[in-house]
Write a protein that binds this ligand. Structure first.
Ligand code: ADP
Ligand code: MG
Length: 624
């Protein structure tokens, strides 16, 4: 029937901007310094292309607090604004002069580092101010102007006698926002948001002592200099070839001054197609408290700090890394705090994953020994990545390591090649033996080694998940913990070992033992092992243990309460076993069996409570 235009009046929108556009009041300073930086970068750009013919000099931005009069001043020496520009850029809410600039200078300004975008940043000043003033003089020949506004849509614009080029923003801080008049508050904010911005920012002055003269004539001279709070060319904005190891470490210290440990290595990110992204990621030493170490990566846009929540941009497994990512192309909403998750972000995340994998690969290739030494500190991140990112899992085959209990390191392919022949079970599967705890499983590891088997040490908190992943993706392998019964199922390399006892004798021995050992808990198995091997050993069916592990981690109660079932492996070639067999007195024999069983239980950490007390008592009796 009719078409029209919805009339959004400024009266309605203004309070909305003040209230909702920015979740955080404190970002007003970031926005105003960003504008001051933009104004200076614009001038620099004009100077570069010859549109500004005077000396560019070394412009700085100054932040001043006037506590007595409740004012904050932000002063720059950038392009400034003419009267018309103030009308256009300031009075028209949501008209971005920054975007217009980029549009106008197109290609040449592409890399100028201009921050502004939405044309709303300036108004964040009203979140903390009763009124805001702009005193500005353009670099073009035109008189300076003084604009003021109390947060209502009416503004005042008069001539000013400002002589030098640039803009001064004056905030008349409101009662509710008095805390922003504290030097510490502003100093903290500058450190948080502006520490790596490209134009020097002065906040107050500081005293330094210089030495002059020599020997007896040496004098200390105190000097007051500008306190510049920022590093204008942080490492990530430079080219990798212009940086050395020390530079990367120094920057790490700049980022995390409270951190005393050096990072293990770094990854310099640098792409400009299909998106723009620079940054440096560091692998830190991971200590036990993983949660405390998460979310230390900082996100920047054109050197302005945005957030240290990089969820979505960096894949979950890399949130344990540290460092900086700077990308003007990461879509954030106006308040710059929330990420708009979209396909561009997914691409960035994939890129980062790929870069990390490539770096690990080249570190491995360049110096395998050094890489092996670092393995313990980085394995959690890599194993987590193998579990959660399919692409990373594929690439990790080249550098993921499997350490043995003897501190040798194999890649997966090397491992399989090594053990393929003698780790076969009856189903022709290659069984990979591993220990989850080198201390607790020591006697089992020794037994396995004695038999010539290789035992891996997989002791990271997510090892069991990794095992499952490998079992479902690699062909014809299965994992078995070294104290499980899997060893018994391996096809013996050395079939020569025959039992010292005849079959009849063995049957009798089994009966003797079963009389003493509770049947519902242990299934007795006689084995002709090396005579040096332990006489009695308890193993647990691998399947049973995994079920129980799952139950314990709250995984499933699908199988009800799993019964406690163990194998009692008796080495018929061990002298003690033979002695037991030959013991005529039943009482004495039973006591020996009981004692041996308890020793086996002890080594599996299964002897507890009353049983343990009795065992100790009995042992003392024996040595009396
Ligand atoms: P944006 O920075 O996203 O363009 P703002 O609301 O922050 O939007 O600023 C609006 C415009 O006002 C800027 O684009 C710029 O043209 C002008 N402006 C703001 N601050 C300054 C300044 N300190 N010097 C020169 N121009 C400025
Ligand atoms: Mg801005």
């Amino acid at each position: 029937m009719s078409k029209g235009k919805i009339n959004v009046s400024v009266e309605n929108i203004f309070p909305l901007i003040k209230k909702f556009l920015y979740s955080d009041q404190e970002i007003f300073l970031r926005e105003l310094i960003s504008n001051a930086t933009d104004a200076t970068l614009k001038l620099k750009h004009m100077s570069n292309i010859g549109e500004f013919k005077q000396d560019f000099g070394n412009p700085i931005i100054e932040v001043k607090i006037d506590k007595k009069n409740s004012k904050i001043h932000i002063i720059d020496q950038g392009v400034g604004m003419t009267e018309n520009e103030v009308k256009k850029y300031i009075n028209e809410v949501a008209f971005s002069g920054a975007e217009e600039f980029i549009e106008k200078y197109k290609d040449s300004a592409k890399d100028s580092g201009i921050i502004g975008h939405f044309g709303l940043g300036f108004y964040s000043a009203f979140m903390v101010s009763d009124s805001v003033e702009i005193i500005t003089k353009s670099f073009k020949k035109s008189p300076a102007v003084h604009w003021s506004c109390d947060g209502s849509p009416e503004f005042n614009l008069v001539k000013s006698n400002k002589k030098d080029r640039g803009t001064e923003i004056i905030l008349n801080i409101s009662k509710d926002s008095k805390s922003f008049l504290e030097e510490n508050t502003i100093s903290d904010l500058l450190k948080k948001y502006n520490r790596f911005m490209p134009i020097p920012i002065k906040f107050g002055t500081k005293e330094i002592t210089n030495k002059t003269g020599e020997g007896k004539d040496e004098k200390e001279i105190k000097e007051t200099i500008d306190n510049i709070i920022n590093i204008t060319e942080p490492a990530w904005t430079k080219k990798p070839k212009d940086l050395n190891e020390e530079d990367y470490k120094t920057f790490y210290k700049d980022l995390y001054p409270m951190n005393f440990e050096d990072p293990l290595f770094n990854i310099h990110l640098n792409v400009d197609y299909p998106f723009n992204l620079t940054g440096i990621l560091y692998f830190p030493k991971i200590t036990n408290d993983i949660n405390l170490q998460k979310d230390k990566i900082q996100l920047y846009q054109n050197q302005v700090f945005v957030t240290d929540n990089v969820e979505g941009i960096v894949p979950e497994f890399l949130t344990l890394l540290r460092g900086v990512i700077d990308s003007p192309d990461i879509p954030l909403n106006v308040s710059r705090s929330y990420l708009q998750v979209d396909s561009a972000v997914k691409k960035i995340s994939n890129y980062i994953t790929r870069k990390v994998a490539d770096k690990l690969n080249s570190l491995f290739k360049e110096d395998r020994k050094k890489f092996e030494e670092k393995w313990n500190d980085i394995k959690v991140i890599i194993e987590y990545g193998m579990l959660s990112e399919e692409k990373f899992y594929e690439k990790s085959n080249a550098f993921a390591l499997f350490p043995t209990t003897e501190n040798k390191f194999f890649t997966y392919d090397e491992l399989i090649k090594k053990i393929k022949k003698n780790h076969k079970d009856k189903d022709d599967k290659t069984v990979i033996l591993y220990s989850s705890n080198i201390q607790e499983q020591d006697s089992y590891i020794k037994e396995a080694n004695k038999k010539g088997y290789t035992v891996l040490l997989l002791d990271s908190p997510i090892a069991s998940h990794l095992i499952q992943k490998l079992e479902t993706t690699k062909e014809k392998i299965s994992f078995a913990r070294v104290d499980s019964d899997a060893i018994d199922n391996l096809i013996k390399k050395d079939e020569k070992s025959i039992s010292k006892l005849s079959e009849k004798e063995q049957e009798k021995l089994k009966e003797q033992i079963e009389e003493v050992v509770p049947k519902d808990k242990y299934s007795v198995q006689l084995e002709a092992m090396d005579s040096e091997s332990l006489p009695f050993m308890i193993t647990q069916p691998e399947f049973m243990r995994r079920m129980k592990d799952m139950q314990n981690t709250g995984g499933t109660s699908m199988f009800g309460n799993m019964p406690e079932m163990y194998n009692l492996v008796v080495n018929t070639n061990n002298q003690l076993v033979n002695d037991i067999f030959k013991t005529k007195t039943k009482n004495k024999r039973d006591r020996l069996i009981k004692q041996s069983l308890d020793l086996a239980r002890l080594s599996q950490n299964l002897l507890k409570g009353q049983d343990l007390t009795e065992f100790i008592k009995r042992s003392f009796e024996l040595i009396k």
